[in-house]
Write a protein that binds this ligand. Sequence first.
Ligand SMILES: CC(C)(COP(=O)(O)OP(=O)(O)OC[C@H]1O[C@@H](n2cnc3c(N)ncnc32)[C@H](O)[C@@H]1OP(=O)(O)O)[C@@H](O)C(=O)NCCC(=O)NCCS
Length: 167
Amino acid sequence: MQKAVVARVGGYEIRHCDRDDIPTVIGINGETLPEHYSDYFYYDILAEFPESFLVAEADGAVVGYVMGRVEYGFSHLKKLGLARKGHIVSVAVKEQHRGKGVGSLLLKTAHEAMAARGGTECYLEVRVSNVQAINLYQRLGYKTSGRLEGYYKDGEAALVMAIQLER
Ligand SMILES: CC(C)(COP(=O)(O)OP(=O)(O)OC[C@H]1O[C@@H](n2cnc3c(N)ncnc32)[C@H](O)[C@@H]1OP(=O)(O)O)[C@@H](O)C(=O)NCCC(=O)NCCS
């Protein structure tokens, strides 16, 4: 069955993730990031937040993904107060497909889905050494809202970055 395309950039198509895509998504995560999750974590997020779990496809092959969910908790942008907020749990694009706008479009499409589900802001954690990702988030409009010392298993700190979502 033809899978519905929700956005396009160059020869890349963004569409919702399917259960069948999860093994490929886990493979891309394994080759691009040191943070891995149990298989059921991916399936659970897909079941609960299908709108903001997206994949990028080129020539019929999945080359990137973004996995997001919507949470309720302290705002990362307001001084005080609670917010319904999107959380980018993981985003990655295979190395040979980077620098072509795929990561940006995955994030922007996830933002729209989160806003449609009531999210007023979106946040993520990123390694302080991950300059490529930090640059991209800043270009999209993310601001650093905090720093978590020793956040990752190897002891590296994370920046917490957040962006206001458009309704
Ligand atoms: C972070 C990541 C997802 C970005 O994906 P990407 O597809 O390369 O992202 P984009 O192509 O949208 O943007 C990357 C750069 O390419 C540039 N770019 C975008 N479209 C472009 C195009 N058509 N032609 C040339 N350059 C382009 C952007 O300006 C951007 O530059 P900047 O970072 O200096 O602003 C990718 O580097 C990755 O998978 N990294 C490993 C996993 C990771 O670290 N994930 C984040 C964890 S928090």
